[in-house]
Design a protein around this ligand. Structure first.
Ligand code: AMP
Ligand code: GLY
Length: 428
């Protein structure tokens, strides 16, 4: 079988690498891919953009693709799965209607409320309905979120009401995030520890994947601006067996059943960003309609099952008949970003040391990289994700930073403390 992966980030490199490891798979195409997928055995880049749904369908037909897996949210929200289905092509991901769980935070909040799934209290406002007086009555800090897709940049945690009102006004006026900010969710600030809870769903059954934890802030100690994610590890000890049970019962099962009951049966990866409250309540911060980046990299390093078998079982509605088996070791990925990320990443620097890193244990997944002459250059904000494994999170962390130490380019930026919460808990 030939597999197509749509996208070009670290998540897509990990998906392509994992699918290529399957004996059932003859070749993996990645559209458009990066320098890492270009060098992967059995993998070939195809020069079609992830946004070009018509082009992807033509290529899937011409190449005889048996299974397509969509990495990023934008094509899912744009309806890529519906379009592939109309052509009789097998494509793993949610259709356009349920992908709104990520595409519209206002829609997600309404859905959560309808199904009594725990989440922060919130109001949704538009330019016409926004009343600053309502914000003045809120307790600080106040969380202000653009409703539409904002690539991880749509959330402001305001320490004062003035800051919250200014952020909301700038979003609503379209100054901050364009159309994505024309509707804004204003919500209470939640205390707790975050976890990424990602499952596969087939419309009615659910297969939970290994747990993980991301590090959203740019700087050590969770300071600095929010990013797409600076590193992740799996498993996440904050998700104890008891919390795992609560997330499944209070979040995942009501969500999947609720979507089906509303005529939007959900097939694909479903990512719940959870804030585990001090009392164990699993509050939903957000839903994503896709796998996480960088969570995919450590999670797939641990997955021993054939991912293509799991995706096909989901597409056939028999996810209840398969199991996923996991390497008991921990995996930890450190994102290496360009200088200036996330606001103004500097592109074009040549990356050295990749050949040496390839001889070390673990795996360096590429994200924003491209081939230039004989070399690999930085072409995006997050360039690499160096992923190590170990008996403990601390050992996986050591292996990951060995890889980081082997790779160089001017201005490479990364956190030095990925995994610190797990290590502090003693999981290290
Ligand atoms: P989101 O894109 O909605 O997940 O928000 C991005 C990040 O902002 C989350 O990963 C949290 O770290 C933080 N965040 C979002 N909503 C809240 C909230 N209600 N309380 C505290 N932190 C939040
Ligand atoms: N790592 C966070 C995300 O994929 O949304």
């Amino acid at each position: 079988m030939k597999v197509l992966i749509v996208g070009s980030g670290g998540r897509e490199h990990a998906l392509a690498w994992k699918c290529a490891a399957s004996d059932r798979v003859t070749e993996v195409l990645v559209a458009p891919g990066n320098a890492g997928t270009a060098a992967e055995p059995k993998v070939r880049n195809a020069a079609v953009q992830a946004s070009d749904i018509g082009g992807l369908i033509r290529m899937a037909r011409a190449e005889g693709i048996g299974l397509t897996i969509v990495g990023p949210e934008a094509p899912l929200v744009a309806g890529i799965v519906d379009a592939f289905e109309r052509e009789g092509l097998r494509c793993f991901g949610p259709r356009q209607a349920p992908a709104r769980l990520e595409g519209s935070k206002a829609f997600a909040k309404e859905f959560l409320r309808r199904h009594h799934i725990p989440t922060a209290a919130s109001i949704t406002v538009t330019p016409d309905s926004f009343d600053p007086e309502v914000v003045r009555q809120q307790r600080t800090p106040i969380v202000v979120k653009a409703s539409g897709l904002a690539a991880g940049k749509g959330v402001v945690i305001a320490q004062t009401t003035t800051e919250a009102i200014e952020a909301a006004a700038a979003m609503l006026a379209g100054r901050l995030l364009g159309e994505a900010g024309r509707e804004v969710v204003i919500e209470e600030f939640l205390e707790g520890e975050e976890a990424s809870f990602i499952v596969m769903a087939d419309g009615s059954h659910v297969l939970p994947l290994a747990t993980s934890q991301d590090h959203k802030r740019l700087e050590d100690g969770d300071r600095g601006p929010n990013t797409g994610g600076m590193g992740a590890y799996s498993p996440a000890p904050v998700v104890t067996p008891a919390i795992h049970g609560r997330i499944m019962r209070e979040v995942i099962e009501p969500a999947i059943q609720g979507l089906a009951a509303e005529g939007m049966a959900y097939t694909g990866f479903l990512y719940a960003g959870i804030m585990v409250a001090p009392d164990g309540t699993p509050n939903v911060l957000e839903f994503n309609c896709r796998f996480g980046d960088p969570e995919t990299q450590p999670i797939l390093m641990r997955l021993q099952s054939d991912l293509t078998v799991l995706c096909e079982a989901a597409l056939d509605g028999r996810l209840d008949q398969v199991r996923a088996t996991w390497d008991a070791r921990a995996a930890l990925g450190v994102v290496m970003a360009a200088e200036g990320y996330p606001d103004a990443p500097r592109m074009g620097d040549t990356i050295s040391g990749l050949e040496h890193a390839a001889k070390l244990p673990g795996k360096v997944f590429h994200a924003g990289t491209r081939l230039s002459g004989d070399g690999v250059v930085v072409s995006g904000g997050r360039a690499l994700c160096a992923t190590g494994m170990g008996a403990t999170v601390a050992e996986a962390q050591r292996a990951a930073y060995e890889l980081v130490g082997a790779v160089h380019w001017p201005g490479a930026t990364y956190r030095r403390d990925i995994g610190y919460r797990a290590i502090r808990r003693g999981a290290g």
